[in-house]
Unconditional design. Structure first.
Length: 275
């Protein structure tokens, strides 16, 4: 995140926003800047990719499903917009620790003992590490001690749209993002790679709520896509994973998506039309 902060300081904040006497490296200034940048960035990612997905990928026929709520899209957006600033508070604390040099993020490929192969391997390990972390956090949020208070709001959306992707209770939203932020404190990661992965995970979160269940047949039981996550919203105790089905299979919570068996939401609507 320090790359984004440096760019903001250089092109906007130093010459136009902050007094010239307020040093760029001063902690209070960095915290304030990170809070604004994090919120604006999250809002831009959510609204931009959510809108593109909603209008160009999401099947609007799903809005005719009986479990699609009245004014649901507006309610999803409003819930997300209320939650994102609160989610950003602990997130900014972790970004601040990165900026202050406590993480293992590095600037140059030469700083990695493994060169470009290290960058590629770190991307894979990031995906597998965060997938594992999110699986167990997500599954824990379904425990009766936490579900009603923190995770149930996200399950209001049985037939989700892309805008449901960030419509979490703030505690729920931060806890499920925590593995992304913990990774660079444990393992070396290139700063640009981290920014790219941060954007990717936000887009992926939108994609698994987009109602587009198409996936290559040979990946159907490997990739945790929209079909898997739709069944999670509908049937509650299945498919907790984020990218892959590995941990659901290990944890005994894997369910073959009903959409792959001709029993999904689209099939239900088709049968209603045939009647």
């Amino acid at each position: 995140m320090d790359l984004v902060l440096e760019a903001a300081d250089r092109h906007l904040l130093t010459p136009y926003v902050y007094p010239t006497g307020w040093p760029e490296g001063e902690p209070c200034r960095q915290l304030l800047s990170l809070f604004v940048i994090t919120n604006l960035g999250a809002l831009a990612l959510y609204l931009l990719f959510g809108t593109l997905s909603y209008y160009f990928i999401f099947n609007h026929e799903l809005k005719k499903h009986p479990q699609f709520l009245e004014n649901q899209v507006r309610r999803e957006i409003c819930y997300a917009l209320r939650s994102l600033p609160w989610i950003s508070v602990p997130t900014v604390a972790l970004f601040f620790a990165e900026v202050r040099g406590y993480s293992k993020l590095y600037d140059n490929i030469e700083d990695s003992p493994y060169g470009w192969s290290g960058v590629f391997l770190s991307m894979l390990s990031f995906l597998f590490f965060t997938d594992m972390g999110i699986y167990w956090i997500h599954r824990g949020l379904h425990h009766k001690l936490f579900y009603k208070r923190f995770h149930k709001p996200h399950h209001l959306w049985k037939i989700a749209t892309p805008f449901a992707s960030h419509a979490f209770h703030p505690v729920d939203g931060f806890m499920q993002s925590l593995p992304y932020h913990v990774y660079p404190f444990l393992f070396p990661l290139h700063k640009v790679t981290y920014l790219g992965l941060y954007i990717f995970v936000n887009v992926w979160t939108i994609s698994i709520h987009d109602g587009d269940y198409r996936v290559p047949r040979f990946l159907r039981h490997v990739i945790n896509g929209s079909a898997h996550h739709t069944d999670h919203h509908l049937y509650f105790d299945y498919n907790y994973g984020q990218y892959f089905t590995l941990w659901d299979k290990i944890g005994g919570s894997y369910k073959s998506p009903t959409s792959f068996e001709g029993k999904g939401p689209h099939d239900y609507l088709r049968k209603l039309r045939e009647k």
